[in-house]
Design a protein. Structure first.
Length: 265
C-alpha cells in the first residue's frame, strides 16, 4: 500500500511547489509594477504646459477665454484639435490627444503636462490617462462640465436614427464605454478635479460630472449666485480662477463660499 501512495504524494508535493513558485512570481511582479508607477509619477511641484481639450463638436474657439486666462498667468497653452470635429469614436479622439501631447512634450522638453478637458473633452482625457498611457505624462487633470456618467441628451438623441454620431452614442447614460471607464481606477499619483455647474443645460443631470473618489465641487458650492450654463463654462471668471489655482504647484485647494469674491473678480 505505501509504495502505491508514494507517486501520488510526489505529484502533490510537486504541484504545491509549482503553485508557490507562481505565487511568488505574481507578488514580485506586483511589487515591481508598484515601484515603477511611483518612480514615474509626475512631480506635482513642477507645473508643465497645458493642453485644452474641446468638447463634442471640437470647437477650439469655445476654449479661447480659458486659454487667454492661463497664458496671462504665464502658462504654455495648446488647444487640441480633435479629428472628425470630435464626433467620432472617443478612443480615436484619445489617440489624437496622445499624439498632441507627444508633440508638446518634445517641443517644450517638459517632464509632464496638465490637461483641462471641457465637456466631452474631459471624458476623452480620462480615457487617455486611464487606458492609453497618458497617466505617465499628466500631472493634473481638470474636467469642466464633463458627462462622466453620461447625459440624457445623448441618450435621447440615440433614439433618433442618424442624429447621434458615434461620440454622441458613447456619451449616453447607458454607454458601455462610460460604464467601463467608471470601473477603471485612475493612475496612481494623478491629481484630478471635476468642476461643474448646477445650471448645466447639456449635461443632464448636471451631477453626471461627479467622479467617485475625486474632488467634484459644483460652482454654486463656492459662488451660490453663479448662473453659468454649459456653453459659458470656459469663459466664466470663477472657472478660470479655479482652474488657475488647481494647476498650481501646491496641493489641490479646497474651496468654499469664502473664496467666491476673490476667484470671481
Amino acid at each position: 500500500m505505501p509504495s502505491r501512495l508514494a507517486p501520488a504524494r510526489r505529484r502533490f508535493v510537486l504541484g504545491l511547489v509549482a503553485l508557490l513558485v507562481l505565487l511568488v512570481a505574481v507578488i514580485a511582479g506586483l511589487a515591481l509594477r508598484s515601484r515603477s508607477t511611483s518612480a514615474t509619477a509626475p512631480d506635482q511641484s513642477r507645473p508643465g504646459p497645458v493642453l485644452l481639450v474641446p468638447g463634442y463638436g471640437g470647437s477650439v474657439a469655445s476654449l479661447a477665454p480659458l486659454a487667454s486666462s492661463l497664458r496671462t498667468s504665464g502658462r504654455d497653452v495648446t488647444l487640441v484639435d480633435l479629428p472628425d470635429q470630435a464626433l467620432g469614436d472617443l478612443a480615436d479622439q484619445a489617440a489624437s490627444l496622445a499624439a498632441t501631447a507627444d508633440t508638446v512634450l518634445a517641443r517644450t522638453g517638459a517632464a509632464s503636462l496638465d490637461v483641462v478637458g471641457y465637456s466631452a473633452g474631459g471624458v476623452v482625457a480620462r480615457l487617455w490617462v486611464t487606458e492609453n498611457g497618458g497617466g505617465e505624462h499628466v500631472r493634473r487633470l481638470v474636467t469642466l462640465g464633463s458627462p462622466h456618467q453620461g447625459t440624457d441628451l445623448a441618450r435621447l438623441g440615440s433614439l433618433v436614427s442618424g442624429s447621434c454620431p458615434t461620440a454622441c452614442q458613447q456619451l449616453a447614460t447607458d454607454s458601455p464605454v462610460l460604464a467601463r471607464l467608471d470601473r477603471e481606477p485612475l493612475p496612481a499619483g494623478l491629481v484630478v478635479l471635476s468642476l461643474w455647474t448646477t445650471q448645466d443645460d447639456v449635461v443632464l443631470p448636471p451631477s453626471s460630472a461627479v467622479i467617485d473618489g475625486v474632488p467634484s465641487p459644483s460652482l454654486q458650492s463656492i459662488c451660490a449666485s453663479d448662473t453659468v450654463r454649459h456653453s459659458g463654462l470656459p469663459g466664466d471668471r470663477l472657472v478660470q480662477g479655479l482652474v488657475g489655482e488647481a494647476l498650481g504647484s501646491g496641493a489641490l485647494p479646497t474651496w468654499g463660499p469664502q473664496d467666491c469674491a476673490r476667484l470671481s473678480s
